[in-house]
Design a protein around this ligand. Structure first.
Ligand SMILES: Cc1cc2nc3c(=O)[nH]c(=O)nc-3n(C[C@H](O)[C@H](O)[C@H](O)COP(=O)(O)O)c2cc1C
Length: 311
């Protein structure tokens, strides 16, 4: 999909936050074989979580009835689902030199300057003015202004901090007023009308996620696509699946209450529960990320959708 989008005149993106170094290298090489156009490599930049044994134990207990329903038990203990990106990831990026690197969840110490020195265009997400000012100070070249409407993980730097819950268009206008960098509007943009509105509000570009979930090139699970295209349920912001706030199509998982451990420790439990339920034919515990624009999703080839939006 990333290659198809770049070939069609957009900037395709691949996320490597959930991959190990070998997989990350392979996926970057694969995109490079499919297109000689620029593409973006995206990184989740979470802090290393502190173990919270009591919180983890209580969370696993609250998930127990769900596991038992699928004839299994919750894991005995939880490990972070992904490592925190460190020097080895930075070295890989410096070696592979994708045209663009985008950072989500904050600014890892010592990443921006070396990436820029290597000629890589560095982008970071912000959900409010404070985060955008930190991005600017850190020397990034463009800011993804991610509104509350957006599907998937909210890019907030500190998930424990109070969230201003700014919408995409308000955020873009606030940042335009104070930040001297190109802004990339993200959240709720599904059609040309949304692109036009974002550009008019001061964005230089738009970043879309939900609009691409149902493209034939998508690697989203069939149940995710089906839920999106067939009378999608409302979306909800939930921490239950991964431990960080993320917008998801309401399903069995988003209905679970309680206090999950920090990201990405909670994600290990989330993935285990989804796997257990899926093995029994129940797909309602998947991470069905989607933004508020979900009911506007279409199933178009990625190139066609990109060309339409660019036009
Ligand atoms: C299925 C899905 C997966 C996503 N994965 C990532 C990711 O890995 N990294 C990231 O920075 N943002 C991710 N996002 C968020 C997007 O970058 C973007 O902020 C969001 O999709 C924009 O809102 P929209 O979904 O309304 O278009 C994801 C979004 C969706 C819907």
């Amino acid at each position: 999909m990333a290659a198809a989008v770049s070939q069609a005149g957009g900037l395709g993106g691949i996320a490597i936050g959930h991959l190990d170094l070998v997989q990350a290298r392979a996926v970057i090489e694969t995109v490079r074989k499919l297109t000689d156009r620029p593409f973006n490599v995206n990184l989740f930049c979470h802090q290393t979580p502190s173990p919270q044994p009591a919180v983890e134990a209580a969370w696993l207990e609250s998930l127990r009835p769900h596991f038992v329903r699928y004839a299994t038990f919750p894991p005995k203990f939880l490990e972070p689902a992904y490592p925190t990106p460190g020097q080895e990831v930075l070295q890989l990026l410096l070696e592979m030199k994708p045209a663009v690197v985008s950072l989500h969840f904050g600014l890892p110490e010592g990443f921006v300057a070396p990436l820029r020195a290597a000629g890589i265009y560095v982008v970071a997400s912000a959900t409010n003015l404070h985060e955008a000012l930190l991005c600017q100070q850190a020397g990034v070249e463009a800011i993804v202004a991610q509104g509350m409407e957006a599907g998937g993980h909210r890019g907030c730097f500190d998930p424990a901090a109070e969230d201003e819950q700014l919408s995409t268009l308000v955020l873009v206008q606030l940042l335009k007023n104070r930040i001297d960098l190109p802004l990339i509007a993200a959240g709720g943009i599904m059609h040309a009308a949304g692109v036009r509105a974002a550009l008019q509000a001061g964005a230089s570009a738009c970043q879309l996620g939900t609009a691409y979930i149902a493209c034939p090139e998508s690697s989203a699970e069939p149940a995710h696509i089906q839920s999106l295209l067939q009378h999608p349920p409302p979306t909800v912001m939930t921490r239950a699946i991964s431990g960080r706030p993320a917008r998801c199509l309401a399903n069995l998982f988003t209905a679970i209450e309680g206090q999950p451990p920090d990201y990405p420790i909670a994600y290990s439990a989330g993935k285990a529960l989804h796997a257990a339920a899926r093995a029994a034919g129940e797909f309602g515990y998947g991470a069905h990320w989607a933004g508020q624009g979900a009911p506007l999703a279409r199933s178009l080839p990625a190139a066609e959708l990109t060309q339409e939006l660019c036009r």
